[in-house]
Design a protein around this ligand. Structure first.
Ligand code: 5AD
Ligand code: SF4
Length: 434
C-alpha cells in the first residue's frame, strides 16, 4: 500500500505533512511519488493567497480520471484551505470523488477517516481549529539532519490581510517540558538541527504563566551536544531585547532571523494591524546588526495592500534597500474573503504587478551583492543533502541560512564541514571543503 502527499505552502505545512506521513506509515502505507501507484493521495493545502487555491483545485481536478479507473483510491484534502469558510462545500460539490476533508487541527482523525472509507462510508469532517496544543501525533520525519518542532499553534494577530487566524484558530503554546523533551529525544536520535516552529514564535508563552520565548530558546540551545537551533516565524512586535541577547550569546543559535516586515510605510503597517512602525522595525534591525553583524535577516514583503499609495510603496523600497535582507519572499496582496482588507478599495492589478517587479529586481540585486561578500570566506556548513542538480555535490547551510553547494557524497549528510566559498551564481553559493 502506498501514499503520496502533495504539500503546499509554508514550513508549518511541510512539518504537518510529516505528521500525516507518521499516521500513514503506522497504518502500513509506504511513500511513493507516483499517482498511479498510490492507494491514497493527500493534498495538504494552503490558503494564504488565491493562486495557492487555484493550483489545488486544478490538481484535485486532474485526479478525476484516475479515480474512475481505480475505484479504491482514497483522495484526501487536508489543511488550511479546508477550514476556510465555504471551501469544504465547494470541494463536496465540485469534486465529489474526494473522500476525506480534514482541517489542520483534525489530523488525528485521519486514521479513523481512512478506516471508515475502507468500510465504504463516505466521510467528510473538518472545521474545529482548536486542537489541544498538547496532543502529539506520530511523526515520520523526512528532513534529517533538521527536525521541526512545533512550539505553538494558531495566531492571535489578525493582520487585516491574513486568513491564518481564522483557519488555524487562536494561539496555543505547547508546554515547555514537552518541547524540551521532544528536542532531547531528537538530539539523541542524531538530529543536528532543531527548528522551532510557530506562526508567531516570539509570543510563545503568552497564554501560559511564567513562560516566554527567550527563555525557551535558551533552554533549547543548552541541551548539550553539537547541534544548531533555528526558529520561525518571528513577529516584529514581539521581538524583544532578551531574545536578541539569547541569540547573540549562544553560539549554536543560528544567526539567521526571519522577521517579516510586510511594508516600509507606517501608515500601511497601521492599516495592516501590524502593531509596529517603520522606525521601530528599523530599530530592531539596528540592535540585531550591532550585536550580530553577520546575522542573515530575511523577510516577507508585500505590495499592493489596499491603501498603499505610490509613496507608501517607495517607503517599502527604501526600507528594503536600507535593511539589506539576505533574502525576501515577495508577495502581491490578494484579498481573502472574511478578512477586513478584502472589503477595502482594491489596487488595480497592473499597479501591483509593476510594484512587485521592481521590488523583486531590487531584492535580487541585494541578495547577489550579499552573496559576493561571502566569496573567499570559510564557513561552517551543516550538510543537508546531495545536490541533485550537480553530480558529486552536496549542499548545506551556513549559520546565517545561506545554501552552499560543494564537492562531497551522501555520507557527509548530518556532519559539520568547514567550506571555503569560491564563487556565486546569481545568489547561490558554491565552495570547497577545507
Ligand atoms: N495576500 C498576499 N500575501 C499574503 N500573506 C499573507 N496573507 C496574504 C494575502 N492575503 C503573506 C505575508 C505573510 C506570508 C506568509 O504570506 O507576507 O508573511
Ligand atoms: Fe497572518 Fe499576521 Fe498571524 Fe502572520 S502574524 S499568521 S501574517 S495574522
Amino acid at each position: 500500500m502506498f501514499y503520496k502527499i502533495n504539500t503546499y505552502g509554508c514550513q508549518m505545512n511541510v512539518h504537518e505533512s510529516e505528521k500525516i506521513a507518521g499516521i500513514l506509515e503506522n497504518l502500513g502505507y509506504k511513500a511513493t511519488n507516483e499517482d498511479s501507484l498510490a492507494d491514497i493521495i493527500l493534498f495538504n493545502t494552503c490558503c494564504i493567497r488565491e493562486n495557492a487555491e487555484d493550483k489545488l483545485f486544478g490538481n484535485v481536478g486532474a485526479l478525476k480520471q484516475l479515480k474512475k479507473e481505480k475505484k479504491d483510491l482514497i483522495i484526501a484534502v487536508v489543511g488550511c484551505m479546508t477550514q476556510q469558510e465555504g471551501k469544504a462545500s465547494i470541494l463536496r460539490q465540485k469534486y465529489p470523488y474526494v473522500d476525506i476533508v480534514l482541517g489542520t487541527s483534525n489530523l488525528e482523525m485521519l486514521e479513523d477517516a481512512i478506516n471508515s472509507i475502507r468500510r465504504k462510508k463516505h466521510i467528510v469532517s473538518i472545521v474545529d481549529p482548536t486542537m489541544d496544543a498538547d496532543k502529539t501525533l506520530p511523526i515520520y520525519r523526512t528532513s534529517y539532519p533538521n527536525a521541526w518542532v512545533n512550539i505553538m499553534y494558531g495566531c492571535n494577530n489578525f493582520c487585516t490581510y491574513c486568513i491564518v487566524p481564522y483557519v488555524r484558530g487562536r494561539e496555543r503554546s505547547r508546554k515547555e517540558v514537552d518541547i524540551l523533551d521532544d528536542c532531547k529525544k531528537l538530539l539523541d536520535e542524531g538530529y543536528r538541527e532543531i527548528t522551532l516552529l510557530g506562526q508567531n514564535v516570539d509570543s510563545y508563552g503568552s497564554d501560559l504563566k511564567g513562560f516566554n520565548f527567550s527563555s525557551l530558546l535558551y533552554k533549547v540551545a543548552n541541551l548539550g551536544g553539537e547541534y544548531r537551533v533555528r526558529f520561525m516565524t518571528s513577529h516584529p512586535k514581539d521581538f524583544n531585547d532578551d531574545t536578541i541577547a539569547v541569540i547573540s550569546e549562544n553560539e549554536n543559535i543560528c544567526k539567521n532571523i526571519h522577521l517579516p516586515v510586510q511594508s516600509g510605510s507606517t501608515a500601511v503597517l497601521k492599516a495592516m494591524n501590524r502593531k509596529y512602525t517603520r522606525e521601530s522595525y528599523l530599530n530592531i534591525i539596528d540592535k540585531i546588526r550591532k550585536q550580530m553583524p553577520e546575522c542573515g535577516i530575511t523577510s516577507d514583503i508585500m505590495v499592493g495592500f489596499p491603501t498603499e499609495t505610490n509613496e507608501d510603496y517607495l517607503d517599502t523600497l527604501t526600507l528594503t534597500e536600507q535593511v539589506r535582507f539576505s533574502n525576501a519572499f515577495t508577495f502581491v496582496y490578494s484579498p481573502r474573503v472574511g478578512t477586513p482588507a478584502a472589503k477595502m478599495v482594491q489596487i488595480p492589478d497592473e499597479i501591483k504587478k509593476e510594484r512587485v517587479t521592481k521590488l523583486v529586481d531590487l531584492q535580487n540585486r541585494i541578495s547577489k551583492e550579499i552573496s559576493l561578500e561571502y566569496i573567499g570566506k570559510t564557513k561552517e556548513i551543516l550538510v543537508e543533502d546531495i545536490n541533485p542538480k550537480y553530480e558529486g555535490m552536496v549542499c548545506g547551510r551556513t549559520d546565517s541560512g545561506r545554501l552552499v553547494t560543494f564537492n562531497g557524497s551522501s555520507d557527509l549528510i548530518g556532519t559539520f564541514q568547514n567550506v571555503k566559498i569560491t564563487h556565486s551564481q546569481s545568489s547561490a553559493l558554491f565552495g570547497e571543503m577545507e
